[in-house]
Ligand binder design. Sequence first.
Ligand code: G3P
Ligand code: CA
Length: 247
Amino acid sequence: MQTMIIAHRGASEQAPENTMPAFDLAWRMGSEGIETDVQLTKDNVPILIHDERINRTTNGRGYVKDYTYHELIQLDSGQWFNPSFSGTKIITLEQFLNWIKDKPLYLNIELKNNKIDYKGLELAVLELIAHYKVANRTTLSTFNPNSVNRLHKLNPTIDSALLLSKRKSSNLVQHAKALGANALHIKYRMLTPEIVEACRRESMALRVYTVNSSKHMLRCFQLGCTAIFTDIPDKALHFRKLYEDHH
Ligand code: G3P
Ligand code: CA
């Protein structure tokens, strides 16, 4: 099985993460999917930003939840990365879906609700992906196990993934399955042949983040992981081709 290449926050090594330039670059590089992070504004607009605070990736200060959408789009979210991206704006999940709807890309929308459990985030995201008719090629993921379960209850047919950065229980696959997930998204350090086998036995997809070195890419290809999330999709596509040409 070929390992899918998913651009992590877009092509985020070469453009500011979770912005239109990063998504557009990932698409032009030939990425097969895009991962992005969603949080809720004070007026309940799902927007794409990784951190709960705006400090690192914009010229503002404070929490996303304390600003309205209108206030947040006044900020610059490209300048921090490189002055050549100044003027780049935060975008909404809706703008992103409108852009991706006609492109044959897989989507992974990560609900960033493990630190702030935004009320209504699951429903807002489910409604948007239904409206844009992309639900059948989308996986919703979160580090918050309660949210995985809420997603499953709201829509039992949606693909959902439990995100993990550390091995917490001996039976991760059963734990995720019991919540209603049909995929595990794990940090690359957690990857073992045993996890791959356990997922395979339960027909769970296994996607690995964030895989940027050729050594770790190769390991994911050899173990037959479902997909990798990478900041450097062009490099991953190149390495996968080399790997396939020799196997
Ligand atoms: O969804 C995979 C990965 O993005 C999870 O970690 O911190 O990069 O959002 P993080
Ligand atoms: Ca993420």
